[in-house]
Design a protein around this ligand. Structure first.
Ligand code: PLP
Ligand code: COI
Length: 341
């Protein structure tokens, strides 16, 4: 398989049109078989549910080239499960997780020439999504939907790769208690755009959202969960019903405990505790683990002891172990690696 002529080492986190995508349609209460298509453009009715009432959800995962030249994905069954959960909460038809995994494999295979080579620092980002294609004018679920998966080769989510970033505590809320923060609804991201554009204007890389009810507890950023390391090397992560259950985070907590022998804890984390942590990182498929060097709380700077030049030592071990598992350098727990080729 001849690779595309792409400058793999200099990719950012941007969209590049690749050759093939998977498409399945829900009509009259059933999914069709789905097929691959070269057509990246959509024609939909002006009154489609996605355009009027934002009935849509998505997923994000990656394909990797391993050290020995295989192509794999990481825990796609969990993305399939989370998409089922998103669909149920949004009154969308469930695309069964087993078929989701099959479609992911098929899409990656069809775009194999875009899977970045081992060691390039790039990966193939896979974006499954579903949207309401049927027309609705009264506020109700549509009755026709489309499920698609496209891929795009990507580099690091944050410019500068794994250099520590600076974030601010946001006055905007991301998700309401009993709202949709725990699913991957497009609407969660639409409402975060104002806050992220404002954060960038003020010189910050990301927003730290607090719980909407009390503004005292740490939730997550617009596109990643948090992990913290305490002074005595315990890995701690926020417990909340309104954050996205990150697959990267769940994997890191397992790696911390089972591979690195560290104590781990998922609990409520108060804003007041931030100054006591030794390390902080954002974790997610796109972000992998991005170290946070500084958190700014309305003018007050909280500088993490790990500093602004490199990852902290525990973050580094977590990063190396997780990426080692993903790239086939370290043996993975059973079921974590889905072979594609
Ligand atoms: N939180 C939000 C809001 C996200 O968009 C993402 C990205 O998917 C994550 C967390 C990280 O989740 P995962 O590790 O499953 O990619
Ligand atoms: C991911 O990490 O896959 C995400 O979806 C985060 C962001 C790009 C929305």
């Amino acid at each position: 398989m001849e690779k595309k002529n792409i400058d793999w080492g200099n990719l950012g986190f941007t969209y590049m049109r690749t050759d093939q995508r998977f498409v399945a349609n829900w009509k009259d209460g059933v999914w069709d078989d789905g097929a691959m298509t070269a057509d990246a453009d959509l024609v939909i009715n002006e009154c489609a549910g996605v355009l009027q009432y934002s009935q849509s959800c998505f997923e994000g995962l990656k394909a990797y080239t391993t050290e020995d030249g295989r192509i794999v994905t990481f825990r796609p069954d969990l993305n399939g499960q989370r998409m089922e959960d998103s669909c149920r909460r949004l009154e969308m038809p469930v695309y069964p997780k087993e078929k989701f995994v099959e479609a992911v494999i098929r899409t990656v295979k069809a775009n194999e020439s875009y899977v970045p080579p081992y060691g390039s620092g790039a990966t193939l980002y896979i974006r499954p999504f579903m949207y309401a294609s049927g027309p609705v004018i009264g506020v109700k679920p549509a009755d026709e939907f489309q499920f698609r998966i496209f891929t795009t080769p990507v580099g690091p989510y944050f410019k500068g790769g794994v250099k520590p970033i600076t974030i601010r505590i946001s006055d905007f809320d991301r998700a309401a208690p009993n709202g949709t923060g725990h699913i991957k609804a497009g609407l969660n991201y639409a409402m975060s755009l104002y806050a992220i554009v404002d954060a960038h204007k003020q010189g910050f890389d990301e927003n730290m959202y607090l719980d909407a009810a009390t503004h005292t507890k740490v939730e997550e950023t617009g596109g990643a969960n948090f992990i913290f390391v305490t002074g005595d090397n315990k890995v701690v992560t926020p417990k909340s019903g309104s954050i996205l259950p990150s697959i990267t985070r769940r994997s890191l907590m397992y790696v911390a405990k089972e591979y690195l022998g560290l104590e781990t804890e998922e609990r409520e984390i108060y804003k007041e505790e931030l100054k006591d942590f030794a390390e902080c990182g954002l974790c997610g498929t796109a972000a992998v683990i991005s170290p946070v060097g500084k958190i700014v709380d309305h003018g007050t700077e909280i500088c993490l002891p790990a500093g602004m030049t490199d990852m902290g030592p525990v973050t580094r071990k977590l990063y190396d172990t997780l990426t080692g598992i993903q790239m086939g350098r370290i043996e993975a727990p059973a079921g974590w690696i889905q072979e594609i080729r």
